[in-house]
Ligand binder design. Structure first.
Ligand SMILES: [Fe+2]
Length: 518
C-alpha cells in the first residue's frame, strides 16, 4: 500500500521489497518527502481507474555517472506522469516530469504510451531511490546507482536472445509460447540479479515480438519479467532482427524505439535509439544496429542499408573521439548479429559485419565485442586484420590462454543463450568451422525471406565453445589498475539453470590493456 498525506506532503510507503531488493538496507517503512506543489493524490488505483505503472525500467544517459532515464508504459493516456527522485538518506524528493512517446501496433491497432523521465545532474557513484507514478496510480518504487566518474572498479553483464517465460493463449484455445519463449528466460534474469551488475547489456532479440500473434502482450511480458532487475540497474539494449516488426515505425523498430529512452547519437529522428554510446567509469560502450549492414534477411522486412551509411560515419567519429579521450581505457561494442560463429545450420556469421565494422574495430583498437543471434556461448582469440579469403576470415593474433592483451586485437563473444526455447549449443560444428553468409538471393516462397548464400570456412579464431549448456550470460569486472600500468577486465561466463537462477562458472578469462593515461 502507499499513502500520500497532503497536509504533510509526506509519502509513506509500506513494504520494503523494492528497497531491500536494491541492497539499500531500508527499514520496515521508508519516509520520503515530496517537493510537489498543488494537491497530491490519494493513491488508490482501483477507485481512480487509472492504469498501473507497468514495465518499470531504467536506462543510462550518455554519461552514466550523472544521467538516468526511468521508463514505464500504459495502454491508455495518463495524466501527469512523473518520477520522484532522491537518495536513500534524504528520501524521494524532487519531481521530474516524464515525456510520453507513443506507438500504435500495426497488428492489434492498440496504442502504447511509454513515459520517460530523464534524471540529469545526478552525483556519480551514488545510490538513488525513486517512485514512478501518474495521477491515480500507486507509485512503483525503484532504485538505481550511477556509474563512478573516471577509473574505478565496475561490473556489468551481457546476454542476448532472451524471449519471455510467459505462456500465451493461442488461437485454438490452447496455450504455448508462440515467440520461442521458455522458462529459462525468467531464470536468467534471476541469475543476473545474483551478480548485481551496475548495468546489463542486452545483445538484441529481446522478446521476439515480431513472431508473436500478440506483439504488445509479448513486449509487456518481457518487461514484466525483467522489471525486477531493470528497475534497479539499467538494461541497455541493442536492436536485433526480431525487433523489426512489420508496420511499426518507418523501418519496423517503432516499438523498440518507443519502449527505450536511449542516449542521443545525433541521428535522424526516425532512427533515434538504434545506435548510441555511453560512458561508465573508464569504459565506453558502443551499441550498434546491425540490420543496417548485415546481408541476412532476418526481420519482418529487409532493411539493409537503411541509414545510408550514417551509422558507419557516426561509428568512425565516435571511435575517433573515444580513442583520443585519455579518461577511457576500454571500448566495448554491443551488437546483435555476429562476425564469428561455429554454429552449423544456424544463422552463422555475416559478411556485412566483417566488411563494415571489423576494419573500424581494428583501426581504433576496440577491446571487446559482445553479440548474440546465435543461441549459445563462444569466444574468439584476439582478432586483428583478415586472412586472405573471400570471406574475410578474422585473423587471430594473440592465442595466449588466460590473460589476453586487447591492445593487439579484439575479442569477440557470442552470448546468445539468453533463454529461448531453441538454443544452439548442440548445433556446433565438431571442429571449429564457420558458415559465413555472403549474400542473399531471391525471396524463398517457403520462408518469405531472401535466400541466404553461405560459404563454409575453417575457424582458426575459435578458442572456446560451450556445447553443454543452453543458457548463460557473462559478467565483466573492470579493475582500473594503477597509473603507469595496465587495466584489466575479468570475464566469467556463467551457465544458468533452474527457477532460482543457479549459476556455474564455465569459462573464465582476463582481458588486459595499457591504461591510456600512462
Ligand atoms: Fe537474431
Amino acid at each position: 500500500m502507499a499513502v500520500v498525506d497532503v497536509s504533510r506532503r509526506t509519502l509513506i510507503v509500506g513494504g520494503t521489497s523494492a528497497l531491500v531488493g536494491a541492497g539499500l538496507g531500508a527499514g520496515a517503512t521508508a519516509y520520503v518527502t515530496t517537493q510537489r506543489t498543488g494537491p497530491t493524490l490519494w493513491q488508490h488505483a482501483d477507485r481512480s481507474g487509472a492504469p498501473p505503472v507497468t514495465g518499470l525500467h531504467t536506462q543510462f544517459g550518455s554519461d552514466a555517472a550523472t544521467e538516468v532515464v526511468v521508463s514505464w508504459h500504459t495502454a491508455v493516456a495518463v495524466e501527469n506522469p512523473h518520477v520522484l527522485v532522491g537518495t536513500p538518506d534524504d528520501g524521494v524528493g524532487n519531481a521530474v516530469a516524464a515525456e510520453t512517446v507513443t506507438y500504435r501496433d500495426a497488428l492489434s491497432r492498440s496504442e502504447i504510451r511509454v513515459h520517460h523521465a530523464r534524471l540529469t545532474g545526478l552525483a556519480p557513484d551514488t545510490d538513488y531511490v525513486y517512485a514512478a507514478v501518474h495521477d491515480g496510480a500507486d507509485p512503483e518504487l525503484g532504485s538505481v546507482r550511477t556509474a563512478p566518474r573516471g577509473r574505478a572498479p565496475i561490473r556489468f553483464t551481457s546476454f542476448g536472445d532472451q524471449s519471455t517465460p510467459m505462456l500465451d493463449a493461442k488461437v485454438a484455445a490452447s496455450f504455448g509460447s508462440d515467440h520461442v519463449g521458455s522458462p529459462a528466460a525468467g531464470d536468467i534474469t534471476t541469475a543476473v540479479e545474483r551478480l548485481a551488475p551496475l548495468f546489463h547489456l542486452v545483445n538484441g532479440d529481446l522478446c521476439y515480438a515480431n513472431l508473436a500473434h500478440d506483439r504488445v502482450r509479448t513486449w509487456s511480458d518481457w518487461f514484466e519479467n525483467n522489471t525486477r532487475s531493470a528497475r534497479h540497474r539499467p538494461w541497455m539494449p541493442a536492436p536485433g532482427n526480431h525487433e523489426n516488426e512489420r508496420g511499426n515505425g518507418p523501418i519496423g523498430y517503432g516499438a523498440y524505439q518507443a519502449y527505450f529512452g536511449l542516449p542521443d547519437s545525433g541521428s535522424d529522428p526516425e532512427l533515434r535509439g538504434l545506435w548510441y554510446a555511453f560512458t561508465a567509469g573508464s569504459v565506453r560502450v558502443i551499441i550498434l544496429a546491425n540490420d543496417d549492414i548485415c546481408y541476412q534477411d532476418g526481420g519482418n522486412s529487409y532493411v539493409r542499408g537503411y541509414s545510408g551509411a550514417a551509422q558507419k560515419r557516426w561509428l568512425e567519429k565516435e571511435l575517433e573521439r573515444t580513442r583520443s579521450n585519455k579518461d577511457i581505457d576500454w571500448v566495448v561494442v554491443c551488437m546483435h548479429q555476429t562476425a564469428v560463429s561455429t554454429g552449423n545450420k544456424t544463422n552463422g556469421a555475416d559478411l556485412g559485419i566483417r566488411e563494415n565494422w571489423l576494419p573500424l574495430f581494428d583501426r581504433f583498437n576496440v577491446d571487446l565485442v559482445v553479440c548474440g543471434h546465435e543461441h549459445h556461448y563462444e569466444r574468439s582469440h584476439a582478432l586483428r586484420g583478415t586472412l586472405p579469403t573471400d570471406t574475410l576470415t578474422p585473423n587471430p593474433v594473440d592465442a595466449q590462454p588466460g590473460s589476453i592483451d586487447t591492445s593487439k586485437g579484439t575479442v569477440h563473444l557470442v552470448i546468445g543463450g539468453g533463454g529461448t526455447s531453441i538454443p544452439s549449443n548442440t548445433m556446433l560444428f565438431p571442429e571449429p568451422r564457420c558458415r559465413v553468409l555472403m549474400s542473399v538471393g531471391a525471396v524463398d516462397p517457403s520462408t518469405g525471406r531472401k535466400t541466404p548464400n553461405y560459404i563454409e570456412e575453417a575457424a582458426p579464431w575459435s578458442v572456446f565453445r560451450d556445447r553443454d549448456n543452453p543458457c548463460g550470460f557473462v559478467a565483466f569486472d573492470v579493475d582500473p589498475g594503477h597509473p603507469g600500468g595496465n587495466t584489466s577486465m575479468d570475464a566469467t561466463y556463467y551457465a544458468v539453470s533452474g527457477p532460482f537462477g543457479e549459476v556455474r562458472a564455465v569459462d573464465k578469462f582476463t582481458l588486459t590493456r595499457p591504461r591510456t593515461d600512462r
